[in-house]
Design a protein around this ligand. Structure first.
Ligand SMILES: CC(=O)N[C@H]1[C@@H](OP(=O)(O)OP(=O)(O)OC[C@H]2O[C@@H](n3ccc(=O)[nH]c3=O)[C@H](O)[C@@H]2O)O[C@H](CO)[C@@H](O)[C@@H]1O
Ligand SMILES: C=C(OP(=O)(O)O)C(=O)O
Length: 420
């Protein structure tokens, strides 16, 4: 087990470059097995999820090499095999192998995925999509068996819940299905456009990604002809923007697509953070006189649930009480007792409302990262606190934050990673 050890209180300044999006990467890697050729990605973040996905690929005789942000995957000798349950359970996105194996072989057997403990995470909409495409699905002993004996046929699918995972999984399953699948009430996250771009560049016919109606016309073959560059991680960017506003004396956050962050930057501007939004970077000056705000999480283009916890340390500087309504995962509150240990005035109710009141003089403590974004909020608060903060279970943070120790150190933070 690893822990992050932070000597807090230092002001941050300088530049940080955002890596490729975790939530694109973890869909693109399973999608690579739909290709008949080797595929290559760049701007791949150095995160634990990538290594676990490589282990899953390896079990199917799909070779991969990952070096310096470049990931090469060769699925040409893929075989159907039992997937390693430890790796499957280590991340949520292993469920994308349901869609990609179904698309490739017309069947898939995948253990229930793991991922962040942020409340119930059903997959009924994924299953609804697979069944609409002609597959039978049954679950037994935490394993999902999906089979399209008579092949996959296009369908009209209306998602009852806007789901990123179901949208991605249905796209992957439908790329080879006969006819044109119409997916309505689809999620609109930028990572879905990234997946569609990757598949379209290999010959897929996916139209409307980024809107709530996506049309997927099945094609026979997908062949990679060029390297796919992964979009910047808007959640990592938002995490550094909030931290820079809270503890920075001038920080430039580079490699961002500002349009992907509009709901987030709008809230920082509302607080009084004097952001300078440039073409592909955002400058955050030292903040003064911050105002409390109200946040309601929502599917894209709304305020991302994944930024709810990373923005919390900044809210403690506003003159009053800020209110967060977590609508996607009302139980995404496991950071709260840990932040309280550091001196943050924060509370929540059973309806998913979180109140953050102005507080200061945070003091270092030993706290546990229950999940990735909870961990990010603890790291940020530890950087603002006096004394030493130890964030245990740091694997949750390393699962999705590229080179976090190096990036924070370059911003003048005092942070180390140690074995527990
Ligand atoms: C790997 C990845 O991209 N993870 C992201 C993805 O997770 P994930 O794809 O798992 O999240 P979804 O968009 O599917 O979930 C959104 C909401 O729909 C509900 N739901 C979802 C599927 C389903 O079949 N039935 C159902 O009821 C969920 O419980 C949740 O309340 O989107 C979440 C919401 O933006 C983010 O927090 C995660 O970081
Ligand atoms: C919830 C998250 O990730 P995952 O869906 O991979 O668990 C996240 O990135 O905040």
């Amino acid at each position: 087990m690893k822990k992050l050890v932070i000597h807090g209180g230092r002001r941050l300044s300088g530049e940080v470059t955002i890596g490729g999006a975790k939530n694109s990467t973890v869909a693109l890697i399973p999608a690579a097995i739909l290709a008949e050729t080797p595929v290559k990605f760049d701007s791949v973040p150095d995160i634990l999820d990538v290594y676990n996905l490589q282990a899953i690929l390896n079990s199917m005789n799909v070779t991969s090499t990952f070096r310096g942000g470049e990931l090469m995957i060769d699925p040409t000798n893929i075989v159907e095999s039992e997937l390693p349950s430890t790796a499957i359970k280590s991340l949520r996105a292993s469920y994308y192998f349901m869609g990609s194996l179904l698309g490739r072989f017309g069947r898939a057997t995948v253990t229930f995925p793991g991922g962040d403990n942020i409340g119930p995470r059903p997959i009924d909409q994924h299953i609804k999509g697979f069944e609409a495409l002609g597959a039978t699905v049954h679950e037994e002993n935490y394993t999902v068996y999906i089979n399209a004996e008579n092949g996959l046929k296009a369908a009209r699918i209306f998602l009852d819940v806007v789901s990123v995972g179901a949208t991605m999984n249905i796209i992957m399953a439908a790329v080879h299905a006969e006819g044109t699948t119409v997916l309505e009430n689809a999620a609109r996250e930028p990572e879905i456009i990234d997946l569609a771009t990757f598949l379209n560049n290999m010959g897929a016919q996916i139209r409307g990604a980024g809107t709530d109606v996506i049309r997927i016309t099945g094609v026979k073959k997908l062949e990679s002809k060029n390297t796919h560059t992964i979009i910047p991680d808007r959640i990592e960017a938002g995490t550094y923007l909030a931290l820079a506003a809270a503890q920075g004396d001038g920080v430039l956050v580079k490699n961002v697509i500002p349009e992907h962050l509009e709901s987030f930057t709008a809230k920082l501007l509302e607080m009084g953070v004097d952001l300078e939004v440039r073409e592909d970077s955002i400058y955050v000056p030292k903040s003064v006189n911050l105002q409390p705000i109200h946040i309601k999480t929502a599917p894209f283009p709304g305020f991302a649930t994944d930024l709810q916890q990373p923005v919390t340390p900044l809210l403690t500087l506003a003159s009053g009480t800020s209110v967060i309504q977590e609508t996607i995962y009302p139980e995404r509150t496991r950071h709260i007792p840990e932040l309280q240990k550091l001196g943050v005035d924060i509370s929540n109710d059973v309806y998913g409302q979180i109140n953050v009141t102005q507080s200061s003089n945070f003091h270092g403590a030993r706290v546990s990262a229950a999940e990735i974004r909870a961990g990010a909020s603890l790291v940020a608060t530890g950087l603002m606190a006096d004394g030493i903060t130890e964030v245990i279970n740091a694997e949750h943070v390393l699962r999705g934050y590229d080179h976090i120790v190096h990036k924070l150190t370059m911003l003048n933070a005092d942070i180390q990673i140690e074995e527990e």
